[in-house]
Design a protein around this ligand. Structure first.
Ligand code: HEM
Length: 337
């Protein structure tokens, strides 16, 4: 999942998904938003994120982006459960379990109910894929995406296949939805950035609407990628990362015993003027080379929206690709060409 070449094979299908998402946004704007606003933008983006991860996991569309609503009502249940699971995690995830069970009983119950829904819906999709594979019986393989790869990997038990696929499906929706919303928000607040982005898109992808954005285009869409990168600097979607110390450690004079959970406060670092010039401003150009070909130096631990090391986000490259494609296509809603 981390290999650029593997991720790139999904560009065409994720681009189709982005185009359908733009059609849906435009449809909602024109039918329910008086031609001006997109009501319930978050819900629509959720459907885009879920459809996209469906393409990655199952190699086919799961039908969340039809103009008449999701083909399966369970997709909305899944989206809400993921959202509520993350919200309730603020209490449930960071306090001792016994304390949570005694003092936050309702929140704990809601959190667990969210996981039940997440498991039920994700398992339904995974089982459908596994059953389809079982029925192939030597016939030509249908699409299968990541689930096929996991299921045919002899080193994995079936439990590990479920756990991995469910983790990926859960990690993929709230994150990209929220990040993309912030990106649109910053573009709306910064019309000059929006114009520069539009100019780049018209130059690199001149045929506009319905043209597939390819990997070749993406190589040249420097400013577009910088807009996404800058969004993730200002808005830390995952709120940092946590690690359990595997040995007694001294940090700035504080002795922390083995087993302590520590949280990397990347949101603070990303908005710290010691590390970023004009730290509070949305300036995608900070990530580009200047006229002399130089790039601003960034402290390697100041910008870590996807965490780091072996437990860093496995979906990073998919998240970036999905957002780049949707941002590239969403212009056709603003400036139809
Ligand atoms: C803007 C979008 C996203 C952001 C900002 C984000 C951020 C993160 C962060 C900070 C972590 C913890 C990393 C660490 O502890 O070092 C993480 C883990 C994870 N993410 Fe993402 N993520 C995004 C999208 C996705 C997508 C699209 C997927 C699935 C395709 C995904 C799947 C996962 C999984 C499965 C983990 C757990 C990895 C592990 O524990 O080994 N994420 N993500």
């Amino acid at each position: 999942m981390m290999q650029p070449r593997y991720v790139a094979t999904y560009t065409h299908d994720l681009n189709d998904t982005a185009l359908d998402a733009v059609d849906l946004l435009r449809h909602e704007r024109d039918t329910r938003g008086g031609g001006k606003v997109v009501p319930l933008m978050r819900d629509l983006l959720f459907r885009w994120a879920l459809e996209s991860i469906g393409v990655v996991l199952f190699g086919k569309r799961i039908g969340c982006l039809s103009l008449e609503g999701s083909a399966d009502p369970d997709t909305d249940a899944f989206a809400h459960a993921v959202n509520d699971m993350f919200t309730t995690s603020e209490r449930v995830g960071f306090l001792p379990l016994a304390f949570v069970k005694s003092f936050y009983r309702k929140i704990f119950a809601k959190h667990m109910a969210c996981w039940d829904t997440i498991y039920r819906v994700a398992k339904k999709y995974i089982d459908a894929q596994l059953n389809a594979m079982a029925e192939e019986d030597g016939k030509e393989e249908e699409a299968g995406g990541l689930v096929r790869q996991l299921a045919t990997n002899k080193e994995l038990t079936i439990k590990q296949v479920y756990a991995t696929a469910i983790d990926v499906m859960t990690g993929a929706v709230d994150t990209t939805t929220t990040a993309f919303q912030w990106c649109l928000y910053e573009l709306a607040r910064n019309p000059d950035v929006q114009e520069r982005l539009y100019a780049e898109l018209v130059r690199v992808v001149p045929d506009g609407r319905r043209e597939q954005i390819t990997q070749k285009h993406l190589i040249d869409l420097h400013y577009l990628k910088a807009c996404v990168k800058e969004t993730l600097r200002l808005y830390q979607i995952a709120g940092g990362y946590n690690r359990v110390l595997d040995q007694d450690t001294v940090i700035r004079g504080y002795k922390l015993p083995k087993g302590t959970v520590i949280a990397g406060a990347t949101p603070n670092l990303c908005r710290d003027s010691n590390y970023f010039e004009d730290a509070g401003e949305f300036k995608p150009e900070r990530w580009l080379r200047d006229a002399s070909g130089r790039k601003q130096e960034t402290h390697p631990f100041a910008y870590l929206p996807f965490g780091f090391g072996t437990r860093s986000c496995v979906g990073r490259r998919f998240a970036e690709l999905e957002m780049h494609l949707l941002l590239g296509q969403v212009r056709s809603s603003v400036h139809p060409s």
